[in-house]
Design a binder for this molecule. Structure first.
Ligand code: PLP
Length: 415
């Protein structure tokens, strides 16, 4: 089936979808923009832009504390997003959803709050070989502070975690297993359900970095039995500076606050402070209200299109793109996992990724070049950087053709 055919079969008209993303209408360096940097951040539909605009134009007020109409409206709209996030992740209660700045802050919150309380010298934290730096460094900081040990599940040359090696790493000292659901550098979809089950059997907790999963697949934290799950609004077609940390309420209840300030308290005296209930205990200070409201609009938007449809269409695009790029002599795709999201990370013999990215940019094609905040992955493959095209449901087969033609041109220029 053609990619266009699969979009139609999936039940959405990709051109109609594109019309809802104003940024895609522009030309860059005189050429139609081909935006293939969705893993870094995705573009925003009008519904999200309008929701943010409406907040500032009509409702703008601080939340939770005000009795006046504007504050009530802002509070209701912001808190609605918590309910939408609950449905999006299939959490048990809205109290299990904490607003954070993004995935990075969600992971830091757990490493800091849970970690400080529960991790001791000699304990072990297990992470995967292809984690984003934000799922490495917070655990390293914790391990340094506590005298704990960071252990890494190795991967094979397709970019898949070695589950037998993972089983060997688990033991009585394992306190937490923190892995990415989908790798931003390689696109690998890791078997998180199995990973979680094995961790639980060993008596460890689990945190799943869902930054790259949330925009591409239907999520269900109860079916996964994840203890913590984090994602970023800006990768799921919402605004920057807002994200969600899910945590099982019994764990969140037992954890100390992450930051102190307004909203997270019940009573304050100079002698003693008592803390607010979940989820507010973890939400100190005035939050990103507009961001929260924008995120709600983004979740509505993806639900309207349907994550199953998105996943099916993007899979077709990935197959199409893999074939188109693999046909280019001298190009090697890094990350060929059997379960893979729509990421095409590649290197080309004799041409630095930054040169590829710069030349493609002159053709209006936006890709990312560099280590993608996953330096250990680059080290594993023995490359300093890759060029990465990461797709979203508004991308088309014609854009993949433009990318392939652009890469062939780069090759001609550098040969
Ligand atoms: N985890 C993964 C897999 C990512 O791709 C990213 C961002 O690229 C992050 C975590 C961090 O997300 P944020 O910068 O939105 O906090």
């Amino acid at each position: 089936m053609s990619v266009l055919g699969s979009a139609i079969q999936a039940g959405f008209d990709v051109e109609q979808v594109r019309a809802e993303f104003p940024v895609l209408r522009q030309k860059v360096h005189g050429k139609p923009l081909v935006y293939l940097d969705n893993a870094a951040t995705s573009q925003k539909p009008l519904a999200v832009i309008d929701a943010i605009r409406r907040f500032y134009e009509v409702d703008c007020a601080n939340i939770h504390r005000g009795v006046h109409e504007l504050s009530q409206r802002s509070t209701a709209a912001y808190e609605q997003t918590r309910v939408k996030a609950k449905l999006f992740l299939n959490a048990r209660t809205r109290n299990e959803l904490i607003f954070v700045r993004g995935t990075t802050e969600g992971i830091n919150l757990v490493a800091s709050s849970w970690g400080r309380k529960c991790v001791k010298a000699g304990d072990e934290i297990v992470i995967g070989a292809m984690e984003h730096h934000s799922n490495i460094v917070p655990w390293q900081l914790l391990c340094e502070e506590k005298g704990a040990r960071l252990r890494v599940i190795p991967m094979n040359d397709r970019g898949e975690l070695l589950m037998e090696e993972y089983a060997k790493l688990l033991g009585p000292r394992t306190r937490m297993v923190a892995v990415g659901h989908v790798s931003n550098a390689l696109g690998t979809i890791s078997p998180v359900r199995e990973i979680i089950e094995m961790a639980h059997k060993a008596g460890a907790l689990t945190l799943i970095d869902g930054a790259q999963a949330a925009p591409h697949m239907k999520l269900d934290v109860q079916a996964l039995d994840a203890d913590f799950y984090a994602f970023s609004g800006h990768k799921v077609f919402g605004p920057t500076g807002i994200g969600i940390l899910y945590g099982k309420s019994k764990l969140l209840n037992a954890m100390p606050p992450y930051q102190g300030g307004g909203d997270m308290i019940r009573t304050v005296t100079f002698e003693k402070t008592t803390y607010n209930d979940l989820p507010y205990k973890f939400e100190a200070g005035t939050p990103n209200i507009a961001g929260g409201i924008g995120l709600g609009a983004a979740l509505d938007y993806v639900n309207r299109i349907g994550l199953d449809k998105i996943a099916a269409y993007e899979h077709e695009l990935l197959l199409y793109g893999t074939e188109a790029l693999s046909a280019i002599p001298g190009l090697r795709i890094l990350g060929t996992a059997r379960e893979k999201a729509a990421v095409l990370s590649f290197v080309m013999e004799g041409i630095h990724p930054h040169d590829i990215g710069t030349v493609l940019d002159r053709m209006g094609i936006a890709v990312r070049t560099g280590h993608h905040c996953a330096q250990p992955v680059m080290d594993w493959f023995g490359v300093p950087a890759t060029t990465r095209a990461s797709l979203a449901f508004y991308n088309t087969a014609a854009e993949i053709d433009a990318l392939a033609a652009g890469i062939r041109k780069v090759k001609e220029m550098f040969s």
